[in-house]
Design a protein around this ligand. Structure first.
Ligand SMILES: *[C@@H]1O[C@H](CO)[C@@H](O)[C@H](O)[C@H]1NC(C)=O
Ligand SMILES: *[C@@H]1O[C@H](CO)[C@@H](O)[C@H](O)[C@H]1NC(C)=O
Length: 184
């Protein structure tokens, strides 16, 4: 029978530990989403009011405009539907050192309310809402390196003061200001 060096190594590694069975059992005891969030938030005294990184945090934002519904010269506004993608890294939410069942977690809107978020909004909008059907359209993924990825779909109505002097050869520009909303 040929001698297998791999098999030999395996025995060398396993034999000194008393019960190899126990090792297998421990590995299957991984933490699920709820247990992980409990560890990261409750046990670690996580505060959503504290900036995750002392010297400032970079949030990447991407907009995917799905549709521009209306542009109205009567009410001087426009409406659009868009997806907003925001991504940042919160070192307090890193869980690569914990025994997680998954490398990235899909979490619900309820969990998002417990985390620090950039708290962005369209400051000059006349109206803005997150789509609700069939449930609130917010998708939250947390990666084991602490990167948070939020995706949501919004319907927004913004002001657009139109100058129709050159109609029908006119060009209108409408502006939506998106920024972090800070209380105080
Ligand atoms: C999350 O992890 C799974 C494997 O655990 C992988 O298949 C999936 O592509 C990952 N998702 C993202 C958005 O990286
Ligand atoms: C964390 O992991 C995700 C998914 O693999 C990746 O997109 C992201 O850039 C990583 N973040 C950092 C800070 O390395």
């Amino acid at each position: 029978m040929p001698f297998s060096p791999c098999l030999f190594l395996f025995f060398l590694l396993v034999l000194p530990s008393t019960q190899p069975l126990e090792v297998v059992e421990l590995r299957s005891e991984c933490l699920n989403e709820a247990q992980l969030m409990d560890t990261l938030i409750r046990q670690n005294d996580y505060s959503k009011h504290k900036l995750p990184q002392k010297h400032g945090i970079t949030v990447s934002v991407e907009f995917w405009i799905q549709e521009i519904n209306t542009i109205s010269e009567m009410t001087n506004d426009f409406e659009l539907e868009l997806y907003i993608n925001e991504m940042w890294t919160d070192p307090n939410l890193r869980f690569s050192h914990l025994r997680a069942c998954k490398a990235n977690l899909t979490l619900d809107q309820q969990t998002l309310t417990k985390l620090w978020t950039p708290n962005t909004c369209f400051v000059n909008s006349k109206f803005a809402e997150i789509y609700e059907s069939p449930f609130q359209n917010v998708f939250l993924t947390l990666f084991d390196n602490g990167t948070v990825w939020v995706n949501y779909r919004v319907h927004v109505k913004g002001p657009c003061n139109m100058d129709l002097e050159d109609f029908p050869m006119d060009t209108q520009s409408c502006r939506l200001n998106y920024q972090r909303y800070v209380l105080s």
